[in-house]
Every structure is written in structure tokens, then in C-alpha cells.
Design a binder for this molecule. Structure first.
Ligand code: DDH
Length: 288
């Protein structure tokens, strides 16, 4: 007689690749949504799940996926992200062994890569936490503010000026929604393709304050169809930010390389190293 041994399912890279492939299908199944892709809103979910990290207390970050809980789901900055969480809930039903933190960060990686961006090194190991792990409101950037605020927020996560600017290039993608943030419109003419156009447009277009009833935002003088947030425009005004923003406007390859490394790090903030199942991050999507 053979003894029955209870075996715990240990997912391999191939299993995570299956999740990635499913997310890629979800991203494209969006003919009636925004610009025809769920990629931008999924990227925003991965960023807001990770960007709560505080290096001084070691709290926040993607480890416990605390945006599942009401206090954090209702934080003003997270308005609209229920769309992204709802999409991932369906994927979670099919692959119930993956943690929410791994799922959401993998969705961010998939979004960038499927929208023609750089490969983002990623590895699994996040665990689901509890409501007690929720961080206080106010840890994500406020678009109405200036350079000191941007530095406060991102230095708290452990990033420097160059990394702040590189990460901001994500605004090549997606758009603002009046019913989510109060702001309106896309930053670029190709909001579902990852490019350095955000930086190019910042310097090549003339940006003027939009006259409207909404919050202060800029529009391009020529077509009046693009927008910049006050925090975006600061990247052209602050001397240190400007240096990096110009470099990224001139060199797409440099932007891709620096974005990939800063974003990969962002996704791992607050995750104890011993939790990661692999010593080095993986490149997903290669065997899709
Ligand atoms: Fe952002 N972002 N973001 N952002 N963001 C918005 C949309 C998107 C700020 C404010 C806003 C990053 C940095 C900043 C994306 C990615 C990233 C919106 C509009 C506001 C407001 C939301 C809405 O109405 O739907 C501010 C302020 C900052 C800052 O750094 C000072 C970073 C670092 C990222 C990243 O991914 C690394 C993406 C993508 C969107 C588009 C979402 C969508 O639904 O489309």
C-alpha cells in the first residue's frame, strides 16, 4: 500500500507565465474601454500598490496588497482602481494560488511589456496581509503640488531625482478621468504604447494653463488635446529634474533602461528578501 502524501503546489516560472499570458489577454479585451486597453489602469494599480512604501518604518509597498481593504481602497489617489482590481479578481479565480501582491505587480509588468515597453525584471514572493497592514492616506503624490512634495514622496520610498523622472515617464500611457482624479485627458497621442513621447512633448510643445472649471492642468497650445499635470510640468522647471527629463527626451533607449530598473525596484519595495522564491528577478513573457 502506498501512503498518501499531501503535496503543496509549488508554482514554477512556467506557472507564473500562464498567469502573465492570461493578464495579457485581459489587457487586450477592452474594445469599449478608454483607448482600447486595460494596460494603463493595471500599471497604475501596480504603482499605487507599491508606492506606499516608507523606507524609515519599512511599512507599505506591494507585499500585503492592502488596497483590497476599504480604508486604502477609498484613499482619494486610488479612485478608479476598482476597475483594475476587478479585472484581476477574475484572473485570481483561475489561478487561486497566486498572492494578490504578486498578481498586481505582475499585471504592471505585463502592461508595460505588452504596450511595447522594456522588459521589467520581476519575481514572486509577496504574501497577502491584513487590514492592520494598511498605511495612512497621503503616501502617494498629489498632482497639484511642486518639486518639494514630489521629492518628499519619492525620497521616502528611497528613490533619487533621476529615478523620479524615469518613473514619471509612465505618463506616456493612459489618461486622466474627471470622475476619478478630477483631471482630464491623455499626456500623449499614443496612450497605449510605451514611448519617451511624454518627455519629448514636455519640451517640444508649448504648455498653457487650461481655462475650465476643473483643477489646474496644462494643455498643449497647438492641439489642446493633450494634458500635463502641475507635477509633470515641474520636471521641465526644476533644474535637477530637467536634466534627466531632457536626457530621456533625447534618448529612448536610456529611458527604457532606467525605467525598467527603477520600476522593477518599485515593485519590490517592502518585500522581505527571504520571501522571494528566486535569488534574481525573472524576465517574463519570453516564452509566451
Ligand atoms: Fe500617475 N497619475 N502620477 N504615475 N498614472 C494618473 C494616471 C496614471 C500622478 C498622478 C496621476 C506615476 C506618477 C504620478 C500612471 C502611472 C504612474 C492620474 C489620473 C493622476 C492624477 C488618474 C485618473 O484620473 O484616472 C502624480 C502626481 C505622479 C507623480 O509622480 C508626481 C508613476 C510613477 C507611475 C508609474 O506607473 C510608474 C498611469 C499608467 C496612469 C494612467 C491610468 C489610466 O487609467 O489611464
Amino acid at each position: 500500500q502506498t501512503a498518501k502524501v499531501a503535496t503543496k503546489f509549488t508554482p514554477t516560472k512556467a506557472d507564473y507565465q500562464k498567469v502573465y499570458n492570461r493578464i495579457a489577454e485581459v489587457i487586450d479585451d477592452a474594445s469599449d474601454y478608454d483607448d482600447g486597453s486595460y494596460g494603463p489602469v493595471l500599471l497604475r494599480l501596480a504603482w499605487h500598490a507599491s508606492g506606499t512604501y516608507d523606507k524609515n518604518t519599512g511599512t507599505g509597498g506591494s507585499n500585503y496588497a492592502t488596497m483590497r481593504f476599504e480604508p486604502e481602497a477609498l484613499h482619494g489617489a486610488n479612485a478608479g482602481l476598482h476597475v483594475a482590481r476587478g479585472l484581476m479578481e477574475k484572473v485570481k479565480k483561475e489561478f487561486d494560488w497566486i498572492s494578490y501582491g504578486d498578481l498586481w505587480t505582475l499585471a504592471g509588468v505585463c502592461a508595460v511589456q505588452e504596450m511595447a515597453g522594456p522588459k521589467i525584471p520581476w519575481r514572486p514572493g509577496r504574501i497577502d496581509g491584513f487590514v492592520t497592514h494598511v498605511t495612512p492616506d497621503g503616501r502617494l503624490p498629489d498632482a497639484t503640488q511642486g518639486a518639494p512634495h514630489i521629492r518628499d514622496i519619492f525620497y521616502r520610498m528611497g528613490f533619487n531625482d533621476q529615478e523620479i523622472v524615469a518613473l514619471s515617464g509612465a505618463h506616456a500611457l493612459g489618461r486622466c478621468h474627471v470622475d476619478r482624479s478630477g483631471f482630464q485627458g491623455p499626456w500623449t497621442f499614443s496612450p497605449t504604447t510605451f514611448t519617451n513621447d511624454y518627455f519629448k512633448l514636455l519640451f517640444n510643445e508649448k504648455w498653457v494653463w487650461r481655462s475650465w472649471n476643473g483643477p489646474k492642468q496644462l494643455e498643449d497650445k497647438k492641439t489642446r488635446s493633450l494634458m500635463m499635470l502641475p507635477t509633470d510640468y515641474v520636471l521641465t522647471q526644476d533644474k535637477s529634474f530637467q536634466k534627466y527629463a531632457k536626457a530621456y527626451a533625447e534618448d529612448n533607449e536610456l529611458f527604457f533602461k532606467d525605467f525598467a530598473s527603477a520600476f522593477s525596484r518599485l515593485l519590490e519595495l517592502g518585500v522581505p528578501t527571504q520571501q522571494f522564491v528566486a535569488a534574481e528577478p525573472w524576465i517574463m513573457g519570453d516564452e509566451a
